[in-house]
Design a protein around this ligand. Structure first.
Ligand code: UD1
Length: 432
């Protein structure tokens, strides 16, 4: 089993180039099969979640041709099967986007019940409610979600909770529904806007994405397009947190600073200097850090996907911080791991109370999910001594070239396949 091996204690310095947004790419790659013409998607991140979805899309018969590492050509005209049950797709969340895409185009879809990180119960009732309002029948049988319709018609849909997944999924299906659909209490995340922009570039008529009311006027067909995915807000935020936690100085490049404001502001409050450029942000942490209160909220609030990483920053900030997780109920599984590194964190309900300590020490760690896994790597880089992070497949689902990018910043991190390899790494890391 592969693991990350880390010799911590070196502040990270330099530049990190951010890949395309995983969560945007997943939505718009699913949406790309809704046209029967060539669709080129650029700036897709080379991460396992995206590659798994591409395999599952190819299994339906759609054309999926990788033009380059970050570019793919898709064409939905050759689709033969409306069933998505690739054995890998069961392990990820975003397979559910095939429901909206196939339902809209073919009025039928069967997709394996979504998996993904076990950070909460993660129901899909709002997706199904939206599809039903558009005229579909929905059912769940043998771990498959089935949606079908004779006809799809526009509808007024009020989401009971702000959900990224249901907003994107129902928006996709509504593109081919007759008449106008209005989504209220819609999610405003940058990737919702990106999927809407992508669909509009294919001829869809979507207005209001990025606000909490999205209006979709149905169209009869979509055409091909050539589109580039937005930068990954969470990957960028992770490197920003890495600069803060290791007391380093990182220029995070290829980003949209506006998408990072919720993170930049908190880092400033904690005591970092954050400089914004047109398409980059620089985080400098050369002053003592202080405590803060964090509450995760839908965009433009502080993202739940950055909650573990900011907790690592606060773990060594002076004073007592609180981190209130309001989106997912089971997102503090990393706390026990961190406490073995010397942090003082207790969890009461959905709030983590963090009393800052002076330093972290290396430990044997297990990544509990994707973002918490990345947070543990940051903690290991900030800690004194040697750490091993197991279950790195979680992390590889969402971070392209994570190790290489951290190495470029001076991080002493590698991947080891065996104890022998880990030992060699630590020997070498100790000498340089
Ligand atoms: C997406 C992201 C994930 C991120 C999350 C919140 C992808 C592939 N994943 O997940 O990284 O953490 O947004 O920004 O893009 N809910 C319901 N019923 C539903 C759907 C959701 O009650 O039908 C609840 C969820 O349990 C959660 C909240 O709504 O409490 C937000 O979930 P949602 O925004 O849908 O998250 P995902 O789309 O699963």
């Amino acid at each position: 089993m592969k693991e990350f091996v880390v010799k911590g204690g070196t502040p990270l310095h330099g530049e990190a180039a951010i890949a395309g947004a995983k969560n945007a790419a997943l939505g718009l790659l699913a949406a790309s099969i809704m046209a029967d013409e060539d669709v080129i998607v650029r700036n897709i991140p080379d991460v396992s979640d995206v590659n798994t979805l591409l395999e599952a899309i190819a299994d339906t018969g759609a054309k999926v041709k990788r033009l380059e590492r970050h570019e793919v050509l898709m064409n939905g005209s050759s689709i033969r099967s409306y069933i998505v049950n690739n054995r890998y797709i069961r392990k990820m969340r975003a397979g559910y986007y095939m429901l909206g895409a196939l339902l809209g185009k073919y009025h039928y879809a069967e997709v394996a019940l979504p998996g993904g990180c076990t950070i909460g119960s993660r129901p899909i009732d709002q997706h199904l409610k939206g599809f039903e309002a558009l005229g579909a029948r929905t059912s769940i049988r043998n771990s498959m979600v089935l949606v079908e319709a004779e006809d799809l018609h526009g509808a007024n849909i009020y989401f009971d909770t702000v959900t990224v997944g249901a907003t994107i999924n129902v928006m996709m299906a509504a593109v081919y529904a007759k008449g106008r659909t209005v989504l209220e209490n819609a999610a405003k995340e940058p990737h919702v806007v990106d999927v809407a922009n992508f669909l509009n570039s294919m001829g869809a008529r979507i207005k209001g994405a990025g606000t909490d009311v999205i209006r979709i006027d149905g169209v009869a067909r979509l055409h091909g397009t050539d589109y580039s995915v937005i930068p990954d807000q969470i990957e960028a935020g992770t490197f920003m947190a890495a600069a803060a936690a290791t007391r380093g100085d990182i220029l995070v490049k290829n980003v949209i600073p506006k998408h990072l404001e919720c993170i930049s502001q908190k880092l400033r409050e904690i005591g970092c200097e954050v400089q914004e450029y047109d398409d980059a942000v620089r985080v400098i942490a050369n002053r003592p850090l202080r405590s803060a209160k964090i509450k995760t909220l839908p965009y433009p609030g502080f993202p739940t996907d950055m909650q573990p990483q900011i907790a690592v920053v606060l773990a060594t900030a002076a004073g007592t911080s609180t981190v209130n997780e309001t989106i997912f109920e089971n997102r503090f599984k990393y706390v026990d791991e961190l406490n073995r590194m010397g942090t003082h964190i207790s969890v009461e309900g959905n709030i983590a109370i963090i009393t800052g300590v002076n330093e972290l020490r290396g430990a044997q760690l297990v990544a509990p999910d994707l973002r918490a896994g990345a947070a543990l790597v940051i903690a290991a880089l900030a800690a004194d001594g040697e750490s091993v992070v197991e279950d790195i497949n979680y992390i590889l689902r969402g971070y392209e070239d994570f190790v290489e990018k951290l190495q470029l910043l001076g991080g002493k991190i590698g991947i080891a396949d065996s104890e022998e390899e880990a030992r060699k790494f630590f020997l070498k890391a100790g000498m340089v």
